[in-house]
Design a protein around this ligand. Structure first.
Ligand code: NI
Length: 186
């Protein structure tokens, strides 16, 4: 079990575009995925991208049954997503809709922001073995995928916010969450 240090906002690697994975069944790739899951488990986060642990490759992991950091969020399947692509989807007819919600990030510890995202998306890419993966998602699941994939193009959620007055500390915004989040958000 290898828990890696999570880079924080201000580290230049978090602003880079990550390189696509081109080799499959690669022991280095498998080790990276194990480290991402181990690090995620210890931090109590719901998703983690390779650049956050200092590896500039297009690899993210996400998913949980229940999260202390996001107690109201429905479960999201535990997923490894490599070389992802995201397409916004419309609800019915008409253009895709945005929806705002609270987000945090292990690279921006202690803070939450109110961030607009596509409400429904199709995401696709490969798993760690190179198998094709394609899913539709909405709500928190869609938000989580968009957040993690943003790490692969050097974007952190504050740069997606429309109103920076809605950026604040968890301890002020969600005092009831503080007991668990103070541990989890470190
Ligand atoms: Ni993040």
């Amino acid at each position: 079990m290898t828990v890696r240090q999570v880079l924080k906002m201000g580290h230049p690697l978090l602003l880079q575009t990550a390189a696509p994975v081109v080799r499959w069944d690669d022991p280095d790739l498998e080790a990276l995925v194990v480290d991402l899951w181990d690090t995620l488990a210890v931090t109590g986060g719901v998703g983690l991208a390779a650049p956050q642990i200092g590896v500039s490759l297009q690899v993210v992991v996400f998913g949980f049954d229940r999260s202390a950091r996001y107690p109201d969020a429905p479960p999201v399947p535990r997923t490894v997503l490599v070389n992802p692509e995201i397409l916004p989807l419309a609800d019915s007819s008409g253009p895709p809709q945005e929806e705002s919600g609270w987000e945090g990030c292990l690279s921006v510890p202690g803070l939450r922001g109110w961030v607009p995202r596509w409400r429904r998306i199709l995401y696709r890419g490969r798993d760690a073995s190179g198998r094709w993966l394609e899913r539709e998602a909405e709500g928190f699941h869609a938000r989580l995928v968009q957040h993690e994939c943003d790490h692969l193009i050097g974007r952190l959620y504050p740069t997606r916010m429309a109103d920076l007055t809605r950026l604040g500390f968890v301890s002020e915004l969600f005092p009831d969450l503080e007991d668990t989040a103070a541990v989890a958000a470190r």
